[in-house]
Design a protein around this ligand. Structure first.
Ligand SMILES: [Zn+2]
Length: 88
């Protein structure tokens, strides 16, 4: 694992730069084309990042930002999963 604090990612909603730990990574799997929450960084594909807060997630879902960025539809399951991750 690389620990580089200067390497920040941008939230797709609020555009703030944050460290990976503060963001949820959502990836479209290159192999299955399914959208998944990439918790262990073992899924490879196009990714978007969202802050671990309900405001950013809800905005991103409302504006369909994740769908647009990954050019794929989000299932109800994955949406539920996202909210579950936030509650942890
Ligand atoms: Zn955000």
């Amino acid at each position: 694992m690389q620990q580089n604090k200067k390497f920040l990612r941008q939230c797709s909603d609020c555009k703030k730069l944050k460290s990976k730990e503060e963001l949820i990574r959502i990836t479209r799997d290159n192999k299955t084309k399914e959208i998944k929450i990439n918790t262990n960084n073992k899924i490879y594909g196009r990714s978007v990042y969202i802050c671990k807060n309900v405001e950013c997630l809800e905005n991103a879902l409302k504006k369909k930002k994740i769908e647009k960025l990954l050019s794929s539809n989000l299932t109800e399951n994955i949406k539920e999963e996202l909210y579950t991750v936030l509650k942890k």
